[in-house]
Design a protein around this ligand. Structure first.
Ligand SMILES: *C/C=C(C)/C=C/C=C(C)/C=C/C1=C(C)CCCC1(C)C
Length: 249
């Protein structure tokens, strides 16, 4: 068997030559995988309480990497969006991102109830989003609106609710600048998802792109949000660790 034929059989040819969606699944997988290793190894260079934050970052990208592995296969074999895998991934990783907010603000008094509210809102956002993506052309705008309410609640918590108040009261410049960046992720980075959703048939942007390009939006957004979010937390952890060590020395 020659090499080209072999490459065609396992779909590599399509990944490399002709299908941008397949390429982003492939790159997404590698990037998430590499990020997990990075966060796990770097756990060793930060102080105690930050180790848990970096572990959660590694879990977020690690869970995504496993899902990307399967999503890529599913997409290669069927040419359709791996919607169920996608939502299982998000249902695990978005609550973990809420845990990151909780861990960041916990030293300044964050309570379990704040975490509970954030996770509840993210579940509302994702369950209604999944129903919207699978229920067809007539009702996906309605479910999209319900989902957006969950999303806006998270934005509210981070900008003006408990999370915002605790961060403001902390007097930690490192936490202040991390919160500034995380707010950009939550508003700009996360808004790529509803934009992708609006490309679905029957929705507000349908026809503007091919239906398969919904995965292009989601893959791009996942890479930005999961890896970027982790890097922001990594940078606070490094800055705070250096500060604590200087005080000791
Ligand atoms: C790592 C995965 C992340 C950060 C996923 C975030 C997903 C969203 C912010 C999805 C939001 C949606 C809406 C606001 C309305 C339409 C349906 C969704 C689920 C795509």
């Amino acid at each position: 068997m020659n090499l080209t034929l072999a490459a065609e059989l396992i779909g590599l040819d399509r990944i490399i030559n002709s299908d941008p969606v397949a390429i982003t699944f492939f790159i997404g997988y590698m990037a998430m995988f590499a990020s997990s290793i990075f966060f796990l190894v770097e756990r060793g260079s930060v102080d105690g309480k930050w180790k848990l934050s970096l572990l959660v970052s590694a879990l977020i990208t690690g869970i995504a990497a496993v899902h990307y592995y399967y999503m890529r296969d599913f997409y290669m074999q069927t040419g359709t969006s791996p919607t169920a895998f996608r939502y299982v991934d998000w249902t695990l990783t978005v609550p973990l991102m809420c845990v990151e907010f909780y861990l960041l603000t916990k030293p300044f008094g964050a309570k379990g109830s704040t975490l509970f509210k954030l996770i509840l809102a993210s579940l509302v956002m994702l369950i209604t989003g999944y129903i919207g993506e699978t229920s067809g052309i007539d009702s996906n705008i309605m479910w999209g609106i319900f989902s957006t309410l969950g999303y806006l609640y998270i934005v509210y918590e981070v900008f003006a609710g408990d999370v915002a108040k605790l961060a403001k009261g902390s007097n930690s410049p490192a936490l202040g600048s991390a919160m500034f960046l995380l707010k950009i992720f939550i508003t700009l980075g996360w808004s790529i998802y509803p934009l992708g959703y609006m490309v679905l048939p029957g929705n507000l942007l349908s026809g503007a792109f091919e239906v398969s390009s919904i995965d292009l939006f989601y893959n791009l957004a996942d890479a930005i949000n999961k890896i970027g979010f982790g890097l922001v937390i990594y940078s606070v952890a490094i800055a705070e660790t250096a500060k604590a060590r200087k005080v000791v020395a």
